[in-house]
Write a protein that binds this ligand. Structure first.
Ligand code: HSE
Length: 339
């Protein structure tokens, strides 16, 4: 039995507990052992939940911690404490990975444990592990992704005639949106995710602050009519272009010929171009309790298979990237067109 702790018992954290329980037979099959949630930590007073991180990091039985708190603090301090004790941490926290992922990965390596973050990008879509392993030898030249479920839900529903506020409220009710949904609709969440992906494939650390970022708050019903008349859809994309060395987030016109055209509602789609493998497309639920929790559990299993060893995550040695301006919008146009 491998003991696990969950930090943050909100939407994703409670989902992690649920996935571990519901899929115990599948987990046993792939791991050859069972996972047991020994502790749940939350800042709220909930029966059966601990409030003190020291209870967890001082318990030598705990081998893996799931950090599903979100935000920088106390997630950073708690992650640091766990890794220093040789406890692996599996995170869904894109803000933390973007800001401190390099440092935390180096601490994990130093202490023979792991810092993994599959759930930080693309919700339930396996994207970090395929890029880190299956595409490790590839030269990735382009990543273009619909990376925010909330924005895609809003844009899909606005295209169908719903107003922005109603669509955002629904996304919040369904548990897709960030605590402060400005992070979704202003593009910051997408910026963090594309920065993480760019870092993973480039060997340089791209950070959220370097991403030229435009959100979806200025899109009007007329824009959808214009896009439709040109046979395109409007999608908020995060784009990393290795040749131009640019990383940006903006609403794009996506032609029907693109696999991203039909990615709707909460779904995310990530197109990756490698020089040998050519085009890859990753698709799935980009937000929501169980899909995101499923991605966290995939990391827990990998850590549980590697107790006492560091899993290289391609983040520990990254030097800061230098970034160029993204290509300008075509003259007189509100949107770029995805090539
Ligand atoms: N608010 C995020 C989204 C959650 O809507 O995509 C998943 O990272």
């Amino acid at each position: 039995m491998i003991n696990v702790a969950i930090l943050g018992y909100g939407n994703i954290g409670s989902g992690v507990g649920e996935v571990i329980e519901k899929n115990s037979a599948e987990i046993k099959r792939v791991l050859g052992d069972t996972l047991h949630v020994k502790y749940i930590l939350d800042i709220r007073d909930i029966p059966g939940v601990v409030n003190d991180i020291n209870v967890i990091v001082n318990d030598p039985d705990v081998k893996v911690v799931c950090e599903t708190m979100g935000g920088k603090e106390p997630a950073y301090t708690y992650t640091h404490l766990a890794l220093e004790r040789g406890i692996s941490v599996c995170s869904s926290n894109k803000e933390l990975v973007d800001a401190y992922g390099v440092e935390l990965s180096a601490i994990a390596r130093e202490h023979n444990c792991s810092y993994l973050f599959e759930a930080s990008v693309g919700g339930g879509i396996p994207i970090i592990r395929p890029l880190r392993e299956s595409c490790a030898h590839e030269k990735i030249t382009l990543i273009a992704g619909i990376l925010n479920g909330t924005c895609n839900y809003i844009l899909t529903n606005m295209k169908a005639g719903k107003d922005f506020a109603t669509a955002l409220r629904e996304a919040q009710e369904k548990g897709f949106a960030e605590r402060n949904p400005a992070a979704d609709v202003e593009g910051h969440d997408t910026a963090r995710k594309i920065a993480i992906l760019a870092s993973l494939v480039s060997g340089k650390k791209y950070s959220y602050e370097q991403v030229a970022c435009e959100g979806i708050t200025n899109i009007t019903p007329e824009d959808f009519a214009m896009a439709e008349s040109r046979g395109m859809s409007i999608k908020l994309l995060g784009v990393y272009d290795a040749e131009k060395n640019s990383v940006n987030v903006a609403p794009y016109l996506v032609p029907q010929t693109s696999p991203l055209y039909g990615v709707n509602d909460v779904f995310n789609g990530i197109m990756v171009h490698g020089t040998q493998v050519d085009n890859l497309m990753f698709y799935g639920r980009g937000a929501g309790k169980l899909p995101t929790a499923s991605a966290v559990v995939s990391d827990v299993i990998e850590c549980a298979k590697n107790i006492g060893r560091n899993i290289p995550n391609c983040f520990a040695d990254l030097e800061p990237a230098e970034v160029s301006e993204p290509p300008a919008k075509p003259a007189g146009e509100k949107f770029r067109v995805l090539a």
